[in-house]
Design a protein. Structure first.
Length: 60
């Protein structure tokens, strides 16, 4: 029986998304837009990292 792969940490992606979302919200004074961009960016970066690491694990 094979051991499961270690869990993927998404801390870096969440920090990047939070900083970008806060910057957009503060510069445009539209905080809801900043929240939306931060959430969307966080989800996108997390999915991209998960797919990349999954592809890397299967390949090598």
């Amino acid at each position: 029986m094979s051991t499961p792969p270690p869990p993927i940490s998404h801390t870096t992606e969440m920090v990047i998304a939070t900083v970008v979302g806060a910057a957009v919200g503060l510069t445009t004074e539209n905080y809801l837009l900043g929240i939306g961009i931060g959430v969307a960016l966080g989800i996108g970066l997390s999915v991209a990292k998960t797919l990349y690491l999954d592809h890397k694990r299967r390949k090598g």
